[in-house]
Structures are given as structure tokens and as C-alpha cells.
Design a protein around this ligand. Sequence first.
Ligand code: SF4
Length: 538
Amino acid sequence: MCKIQILFLDREFEHDIYELIKAFYPGAEFHISYSEEEEICGTVFRVEKIGNDYEIRYKNEEHKGVVHAEVIEGQTRDALISCIRGKDSSDSSAGSSARGESSGQECDQNCKESEQMPAAKRSQEEMELRKQNKDSIKYALYRILEKMTGRTLPWGNLTGIRPAKLAMGMIESGMTNPEIAREMREKYLVSPQKAALAITIANREREILKNIDYENGYSLYVGIPFCPSICLYCSFSSYPLKLWKAKVDDYLDALCKEIRAVAEMMKGRKLDTVYIGGGTPTTLEPEQFTRLLGTLDDAFGLDGLEEFTVEAGRPDSITEQKLMAMRKFPVSRISVNPQTMNQKTLDIIGRRHTVEQTKEAFHMARECGYDNINMDLIVGLPGEDYSMVEKTLEEVRKLSPDSLTVHSLAVKRAARLNMFKDRYQEMTFENNQQIMDLTMKTAYEMGMGPYYLYRQKNMKGNFENVGYAAVDKAGIYNILIMEEKQPIIALGAGGSSKLVFDHGKRIERVENVKDVSNYISRIDEMIERKRAGIRTWL
Ligand code: SF4
């Protein structure tokens, strides 16, 4: 296995540098260190800050060199970018000076970084400068990696999870679509195809969100953390229902208490969308569903919502009684998630339901009157190749859902698939542009277009997750959570609320504990946490 050592003598951009190198070397064994020590064999990167100058030295058997990314105040971005282009390709130790400009939009890392920052917020100017540094380093590093590996990445040097948010920010700043495409290609080194995808989605998102009140409106997420069984690739905090059945009512007691408290806190604000997710919400029995939805209705008043989604999710948890219990409330959108229509794969990934059950659950939902049904698929599942994905898509086409969300498998550290990876070593995990193209082509043929997009760490093939939907069937909540335009208050164990400040420039999170028993016993503390967070937002 390829070994990579990264020596961080400066840690400010550790996360970005590590993610970008990892994207070029999927499956490599990484050794991260923070002080000079004996070098391991293989490929070595050494990151150091010398004054205002960030220096990355790199070497392996074929390549050796250094690049500098330096912030030079007063220069225009164009001049600086051409400066990077002019010099970064040399393999000499002469190095190059570089500076890019911040997108101001790079999502997840920025959120993480802002969480890790000292309590005293950096001034806007400092933040801007820092982002410029970050862009410079990523640009220069990408060019080195491209040369060392002979590869390019579809999303260029973007390591954040929301490329469409970057395009959205540029639209809002008055740039035209061709200008945005050029910026994405030249500055972030995104492929023309992916730049076009991000821009298409950003424009559709803007249209869908045009009636949403960013200032006074908010959305609600309600988490039900139980599942019929735990899928092999799952990294969520989900609890097998069989072991936790006796706790479900206690959980609902705590959840209903949190619902009532939050409704009081948000009085006078407009609730736009509600999303019940998990876990698997349909692990609740019909009467438990009625209790949960009734409490939401009493507390918030559910009439007039822009959207109310229940992620029914696992077909083996869906029954007619549950679907009918939901119909008594204004649930407007549900998901029935096959992930794959290949039984062999379902058995491998521990979904413990059949392809037939998926079809039955879908038809049952239609018969119960649901006219907006989403289906989630995963490509890159163990053992699945192009023809198996093709089969899944053909089966899905026959059902004709209203929207389709295509995920590229992302194996996180906590997933069993990662923990027991030796067991699955013999299996292929295939995802490539042909497979991604096939999913898009099929979605278009089904009358759907892309409407939201996000990326995750450790995605097979470094691709993306894309939501496709027919006209008027897009999931508004999905866009809101990606674009971070309005607060999303998350209720239940593991709920992570996002409070949006300064028109999306700053996001503060309020976290509930993940552990179900802790959530139940500490519910008053969770409510007080939320009260304190919401008070700063109000
Ligand atoms: S259904 Fe979803 S939340 Fe539940 S175990 Fe599977 S992947 Fe995890």
C-alpha cells in the first residue's frame, strides 16, 4: 500500500491540505506528524510557515520540489493567479509565490474552522486574508499533486462539501453564468462538466427558494434514531430497534418536551419546512407517529408549511397503517429508499429487506395518496458494477418516483464497512464518471433535473451526491440545509441546529447529545442549550 507522510510544522490549513492530498491518493496509508522525525519511506509532504510565506516541500521517487504560497497585500487576484500559473509547475526548489482569492463560500470546512477558532471572532479582514491564503495553498498544492499522480479531480481543488453554494454566492454577487464557469474552472480547477452541474443547480435552487423568508423563517429537523437493522456503511448514530424498543416511548416523551419548548422559543417566526429523518422514522408504530405528529401540530401549527417531509426510508419498516397515520397530517413528501435493486448487494450491506419489499412499499405509498415520493440510491456499493447500477435504475424507472437522490458511497471511519474492511477486501467498490453519467441520463429521461448537490469525505471516486426532481417536486429542506440561508432547528438525539447570522456569513451550531439514553435523561439541559443559542440568534 502506498505510504504518505505529511509533516505539519504549521497546522493552520492542516484539514484542507490533508483532504486534498487524500483525494489524490485514495486508499493510501497516511502518517501525519507535527515535528521533525525520521522520515518513513514513500511520498513525503512538509508544510511550514515562514513569515507570511507558506511552503510545501514534496518528494517521492520521481518528484521533488517546493512551492510557496505567499500573501502579498495590495495585489489583484488576477495578477496573483497568473503568478501561480507561471511558476508552480517547476520541479526545482526555486518555488513560486502565490495568492488566490477567497470564495467566501466554502462551507463545511469553514464551519468546522469557525467552530475551532478562539472564542473572540477574527475580524472580517483577517478571515478574508486567511481564505486567500487557503485558496493559494490549495491551488499550488493541486498543481503539484496533478503532476505527481498524473491525475485530475472532477471537483478540482474544492474540498468543501457544497460546490453549488460557491456558484450560488457568485450568482448573488452579480456574476453571469459564463463568468462563474470560468472562475470555477480557472481558479478552483473544476472540470467543465462539474462546473456546469454546480451552476445549473445553483440557478434552480434560487428559483425554488425565491419565496422563502431568510430573515424570519426557519425550518425544523426531527430525528428518530432507531433502525430495523444497522447497514454496513452507516455512520449515523442509529440504534437497532430490537434492542431499543422499550425505550422508544421514553424517547418520544423527551422529544415532545423539546418540541413544545422550541415552539415557545420560536413564537412569531415562520416555520417553512419540517423534515423528519433518522435513523428510520417509520420504525415508530402508528400510534407513536400520531403522537409525534400531533405534538408538532399542536405546538407549531403545521398548516401553511412550504414542505413537510417524512423519510420513511427502509421499506421493511413501512406499513399501510403508518402511511395512513401520516396522511392525517399535512405530510407532503416521503422517501422510500431502495439504495440498490440488487438483492445480493442488499444482503451484503445488511439492509435486511428485499427488492420486492421496496416495490410493495412504493406502490402502497402511491395507493395511500402520496404524490411526491423520493427514492435514495447509492452507487459504489460493494461488488456493484455498471450493469448492476443499470439494473437498479431500470427497476426504479418502472416505479416512476418524483425525485431521485443518487449518493456516491462514502465510507466513514465509524461505519462497519470501514471497521471490518479486511472482510471486504476482495470486493470491488466501483464508481466512475460513466456510472455517474448513467444516473444523470436516467434521471433526465424520467423527467427530472438536478436540484441539489453535496459532497462528503471519503466518497468513492471523489464524485458527489445529486438530488434530481421533477418540476415542483424538489425537496426544499434539502436545499436549505445545503445553502445555509435560514436557521434549521434540530430536535432529538444527535440533532445539530444551525443558526444563520449575517445573511449566511456566519453559522453557529447548537448540538444535542448523540446518545439516546443521555438525551432522555438530560432533556432539560438540551432545551436550555437551545434556548441560549436561539437567544443569541433572535
Ligand atoms: S437505514 Fe440509514 S440510518 Fe439506518 S442503519 Fe441504514 S444507513 Fe444507517
